[in-house]
Design a protein around this ligand. Structure first.
Ligand SMILES: *[C@@H]1O[C@H](CO)[C@@H](O)[C@H](O)[C@H]1NC(C)=O
Ligand SMILES: *[C@@H]1O[C@H](CO)[C@@H](O)[C@H](O)[C@H]1NC(C)=O
Ligand SMILES: *[C@@H]1O[C@H](CO)[C@@H](O)[C@H](O)[C@H]1NC(C)=O
Length: 438
């Protein structure tokens, strides 16, 4: 029987080789990156914090099912805690790797917060378990994002609250970091009381309208790839990307295709940093579970075979997540060029959530799945509003007798006009964003 994990790697390797060939043939321009950027590509989250002189700390958390997770903290003892959860194949680095002038983690710290950046099970920093060995025990990889929501998030939230003495925290999730929150808050509703406000960046729940290459190759992948395989682990892929100029170019091409093109928002200088930090590992079951959501057009638990569903759920089909139980305030920030979270799917999610406090679709037509965290303008056009909304709900929300302005900031409106004009004169076809960093 062929090793399915190898098949994934073969597929990716083949793709990279193709890209390498294309890159060579078209004489793809060699870029020269600043030494500091190349260094950032190799540093860990904690080393990055140290380099830029922020007080980094590492905390270890063990979940109820014995996975051992690492959390990275930009420590401001006594200040309000905020917990940040990355997306699929990403890690805590996502919030800081673009540097102090850009990262949301730094922004929140500078605004006076105690910042906790989580790492989901199976990623490079949380590739550990009390009993199971991720290298040899297949059982280790037998999880989807369901388990990240059901086990990891409660353990992480409890740990942050225990360490800081607060009763509540604010939460930021990107992509899968929102899916896992919706899993937790619907299946363990007692955790809603521990959240001031959840900020959902590029929210992913319903996926019926997902548009990406992943979707097209999905049927064959579903046959080839088994469940519970380690996928795109950090050591295997990324180090290869930053090994040589040629491999870097190949990976850059690949990333471009996968992440979609919005060159206006993409800082090419930090390409090596992104390749140095992502992908950072996941279980194939996470991807399979997302593909199931797309196919079924439901937001529901993992679909095993009928017999196994009967055993686990007591019914032939997996149950929907009861979104009506998510009573924590939810602020949603989403974009219009996001192949993973299509606007109609987000709007459907909003209809199901009982306590939406901010429905924020960015007016910039080309913003994609990652621009609100990695985009050049994120600091200026996205982060201030996220902070404003969070602070408003930390202060008690509208019950307080105060009001949060619901109109877009004037800067956003001004720049919307600029962007609209830009879009009309643009001749380049805007590429998709897709499954690499769900
Ligand atoms: C792109 O990233 C580099 C390296 O962090 C930084 O120096 C530069 O200011 C960034 N460019 C923009 C337009 O933000
Ligand atoms: C109301 O909001 C203000 C300003 O944000 C804050 O200082 C105050 O503590 C809040 N009051 C309550 C009762 O939450
Ligand atoms: C709008 O964006 C442009 C660059 O995209 C910037 O130079 C300008 O200052 C922005 N407008 C405002 C009002 O900030």
């Amino acid at each position: 029987m062929p090793n399915a994990g190898c098949q994934w790697r073969c597929l990716l390797g083949l793709f990279c080789l193709t890209q390498l060939w294309i890159a060579g043939e078209t004489g793809f321009l060699e870029d020269h990156f600043p030494a500091s950027v190349l260094e950032d590509a190799k540093l860990t989250t904690l080393q990055l914090l140290a380099k830029y002189k922020y007080p980094g700390e590492m905390h270890t958390v063990t979940t109820a099912d014995k996975y051992v997770l690492q959390m990275h903290r930009i420590s401001r003892p006594g200040a309000k805690p905020v917990l940040l959860m990355h997306g699929l194949l990403d890690s805590s680095a996502t919030w800081i790797m673009l540097g102090p002038h850009s990262g949301l983690g730094y922004f929140l710290y500078n605004a006076g917060y105690d910042v906790w950046m989580a790492n989901a099970r199976g990623t490079r920093y949380s590739r550990s378990h009390v009993k199971l060995n991720p290298n040899t025990d297949k059982a280790y990889w037998s999880f989807s994002w369901h388990e990240i929501g059901y086990y990891d998030l409660p353990a992480l939230i409890d740990a942050v609250l225990a360490k800081t003495g607060y009763e509540k925290l604010s939460y930021f999730g990107h992509s899968q970091g929102t899916t896992t929150f919706f899993v937790m808050a619907s299946t363990r509703p007692e955790y809603n009381a521990k959240i001031h406000v959840m900020s959902a960046l590029a929210p992913v729940a319903f996926m019926g309208n997902m548009e990406c290459p992943l979707k097209r190759i999905a049927p064959s992948l579903l046959n080839v790839v088994g469940e519970a395989q380690e996928l795109l682990s950090h050591s295997k892929i990324s180090s290869g990307c930053v090994m040589s100029e040629a491999s870097m170019q190949a990976c850059m091409q690949y990333m471009g295709r996968v992440l979609g093109k919005n060159p206006a928002e993409f800082n090419k200088t930090i390409m090596p940093v992104i390749m140095g930090h992502a992908p950072s590992g996941a279980s194939s079951t996470q991807v399979l579970h997302y593909l199931q959501l797309h196919k079924s057009d439901r937001f529901c638990e993992y679909d095993h075979d009928t017999k196994e569903n009967q055993r686990i759920y007591g019914r032939a089909r997996p149950p929907d997540y009861p979104l009506e139980k998510i009573t924590a305030p939810v602020a949603l920030y989403y974009t219009q060029n996001d192949y993973m979270s299509a606007v109609v799917d987000v709007k459907r999610l909003i209809k199901h959530l009982p306590n939406v406090v901010e429905d924020h679709m960015y007016p910039y037509k080309k913003w994609n799945h990652i621009d609100m965290i990695w985009g050049i303008s994120a600091r200026r056009l996205a982060q201030p509003r996220m902070l404003e909304v969070m602070q408003f709900y930390e202060a008690g929300g509208p019950q307080n007798g105060t009001q949060l302005l619901t109109t877009e900031s004037s800067e956003e409106t001004t720049n919307m006009t600029t962007e609209m004009v830009e879009v009309e004169t643009e001749t380049e076809i805007v590429g998709p964003t897709d499954g690499m960093f769900i």
